[in-house]
Write a protein of this length. Structure first.
Length: 403
């Protein structure tokens, strides 16, 4: 049952379970980096694998958003967690038997991306049903902070395991995290709401109504445009960062883990801030703008001031800015959209917001083999700051959701 307090049983179970899963995802990403970038020395293979995974996530999200509105969201979360656990354990078996190669890794990445697409709209749609709307921003803040805790622990733990053992143990650690997450989610009690769409509309009509929802609502339309444009140049950073650390900062495994954890450390800085601003609605728009632009200014400076101490500090502040701006935007979206339509929107959002990501990741992975990486930091920052200013100040419908 939904309660006025944030820390009710259902929210806590969902929070713990999904953030243990998030911990595993951080380990999995570092596993790909250690093997593809630092063992095989291929930015292209890293970019190819992540772009294929993102493409699968994008296509699958178009269908899974509707599924999240028509079926049990708890069941979808359980299928995602337990299914992911099985396939990650299979990766570990392939490694220890000497049969792991880039092709079966790509195939299983496709499967894991599908499970992720099944999870995300179900999770985003479910959260507002577990807590009262008055404390939803606090719940999102807490969720964001705990995700960053996983982001801190994950890279550090992955670096330690990699030093002491092998890639296979990293896969096992990821599989265990999914398994624990699924067990935690079994005990969540999901509140029921009347969903007439399940009985009255076919699956494809549901998909069509999701498109119409976005097409007719300028606020939702600009949210998707805003996110999609920023992701075109923002998403490839995850591919270029390992090479930037390796070649431009001459980073060892310890420093790599620190930098990859730094954005999550910055979330702790944002914890107190988000708790305060959740009660000051008149400030939300200004704070959103400052943090959204601020994160890209700091990213651009990383391409100019190539110093390991500055980069660590910059990524801490980027993490703080990101958690504040994302929390404000996601809470505003959740409150704006009725429960029976959230799955459709978040599924469609998952498609359109990352529609160009696979191509941009592939291109950046290919070009990143030959081009000086700091140039990408500077160019991406200039472009994304321009996008933020254009959408937020010229297209004023975007601002309405914060009211």
């Amino acid at each position: 049952m939904k309660k006025n307090t944030v820390f009710n049983k259902n929210f806590v179970l969902l929070l713990i379970g999904q953030n243990i899963s998030k911990l595993g995802n951080e380990i999995h990403y570092l596993t790909l980096v250690f093997w593809l970038q630092y063992t095989l020395d291929s930015t292209f293979l890293l970019g190819l694998t992540l772009s294929i995974g993102t493409f699968t996530l994008m296509i699958s999200s178009f269908f899974t958003g509707v599924i999240a509105d028509r079926h049990s969201r708890k069941a979808l979360i359980l299928i995602s967690d337990f299914g992911s656990s099985i396939f990650v354990f299979y990766l570990a078996i392939l490694f220890f038997t000497g049969k792991l190669d880039k092709w079966n890794l790509i195939i299983i990445t496709i499967v894991l991306s599908f499970f992720s697409a099944l999870l995300r709209p179900a999770y985003d749609s479910l959260l507002p049903d577990l807590v009262d709307s008055k404390v939803l921003m606090r719940a999102n803040s807490i969720n964001g902070i705990t995700e960053r805790v996983s982001g801190i622990v994950g890279p550090s733990l992955a670096g330690l395991i990699y030093q002491l053992s092998s890639i296979g143990i990293l896969f096992i650690a990821n599989g265990v995290s999914f398994l624990i997450s699924g067990i935690m989610d079994i005990f969540i009690e999901i509140p029921k709401f009347k969903n007439t769409n399940k009985r009255k509309k076919s699956f494809f009509n549901e998909m069509k109504s999701g498109l119409e929802l976005v097409y007719k609502d300028k606020v939702l339309k600009y949210i998707i445009i805003y996110t999609a444009l920023l992701n075109v140049f923002g998403a490839p950073m995850i591919i270029l960062l390992p090479k930037y650390l390796q070649q431009n900062l001459d980073a060892n495994n310890f420093l790599i883990s620190i930098v990859l954890s730094a954005k999550s450390i910055g979330a702790f800085i944002a914890l107190t801030i988000t708790a305060i601003i959740s009660k000051q609605k008149k400030w939300l728009w200004k704070i959103f703008m400052i943090t959204a632009i601020g994160s890209w200014i700091l990213t651009g400076l990383c391409g100019i001031l190539i110093n390991k101490y500055f980069v660590v500090l910059a990524y801490i502040l980027i993490g703080a800015c990101n958690v504040i701006s994302i929390t404000i935007l996601s809470t505003s979206i959740q409150l704006y959209i009725p429960s029976e339509n959230r799955g459709k929107f978040f599924g469609l959002f998952g498609v359109l917001a990352i529609a160009l990501n696979p191509l941009s990741m592939f291109i950046m992975g290919l070009v990143g083999e030959y081009v000086y990486v700091p140039y990408f930091y500077i160019i991406s920052s200039i472009i994304n700051i321009s996008i933020i200013i254009f959408i937020c100040f010229i297209k004023k419908d975007f601002k309405k959701i914060f009211n």
